[in-house]
Design a protein around this ligand. Structure first.
Ligand code: SAM
Length: 282
């Protein structure tokens, strides 16, 4: 038999560059700072995540890392040094920055010691069949904290992925990514317009379960099996009529007291837990 060819070293990722930056006017720093704007993120296909934990999560998930900016002295911590070495071996640029540059990059007075720049990755509707299970659909989610919390909750409760439907807050925004606490890199994320979602819906072989304040099914008695899609509505308007109409059932979380509704992320957590309670173990 023929010997297995040795992989030429040219196929391996080239180790990234290392540089020190101490001028806040450096164009690379301006570029990273500009990633705080949604438009620039969309143009470049990049986004920022702060903190060594998120960088480690990204590497663990095999997520493409573009650049890591490290505070002076950060590499004295063995964990941070390992994260930086792994990122560099996978081709990321490592920048060592002084305190003013770190503050500029993170827009905070007490910045994290690691600021990462990552490549955006988001799938289309085909991801739902590719990752079977219970998906969470968010229609027109506005609040980045809610979105990040839902991604974190989806990760913790074993959902298959999060699908963004319609015009939503940017999932790659700093606040949304921060609220995921690292789950961002572990949960498949997809997006579609409302029209594309409505056109795709008949091809989905699971149940689409809408949560609605006028739902007549108690979430505690809901049992739809998997695959399924749990649809959550916008913070102000709830689910649109167009989306509610294509749901197989509208479920409600019973409430006591005077509150009109539950917060979006809280209700997602309750609904996900109810739908997955028999699949979760300690
Ligand atoms: N005024 C909006 C309405 O009439 O739907 C309230 C929206 S609520 C803040 C945001 C989303 O959280 C809802 O669209 C629904 O998906 C979910 N939600 C909140 N409370 C709920 C409940 N008691 N039962 C089911 N879903 C709920």
């Amino acid at each position: 038999p023929e010997a297995t060819p040795v992989r030429p070293t040219a196929d391996l990722p080239k180790a990234g560059a290392f540089e020190k930056i101490s001028a806040v006017s450096n164009p690379k720093i301006k570029h990273i700072r500009a990633l705080q704007m949604r438009k620039y993120r969309a143009e470049t296909g990049l986004f920022i995540a702060e903190g060594v934990k998120l960088a480690a999560d990204a590497l663990k998930a095999g997520w493409p890392v573009d650049t890591l900016v490290l505070a002076l002295g950060a590499m004295e911590h063995p964990f941070t040094a390992r994260v930086a070495a792994t990122a560099r071996a996978r081709g990321a640029t490592i920048i060592e920055a002084n305190a003013p540059v770190m503050e500029k990059v993170s827009r905070r007075e007490n910045p994290q010691t690691v600021v990462g720049v990552f490549k955006q990755r988001i799938a289309g509707l085909d991801a739902v069949a590719k990752h079977p299970g219970l998906w969470v659909g968010l229609e027109a989610v506005r609040d980045p904290g809610n979105l990040g919390t839902v991604i974190r909750t989806a990760d913790a409760l074993g959902a298959a992925g999060v699908l963004l439907v319609g015009e939503t807050t940017d999932p790659f925004g700093l606040e949304a990514v921060r609220a995921t606490m690292g789950s961002f890199f572990h949960v498949p994320l997809a997006r579609a317009s409302v029209d594309a979602f409505l056109a795709w819906r008949p091809s989905f072989r699971g149940a689409v379960v809408g949560t609605h304040l006028s739902g007549t099914n108690d979430i505690r008695t809901a049992d739809f099996g998997e695959p399924a899609l749990l649809m959550m509505g916008n913070e102000q308007a709830g689910l649109s009529d167009a989306v509610a109409t294509v749901c197989d059932a509208l479920v409600k979380i019973p409430m006591a007291g005077e509150a009109d509704s539950l917060n979006l992320a809280i209700s997602t957590g309750i609904a996900l837990f109810e739908l997955r309670r028999n699949r979760l173990t300690l």
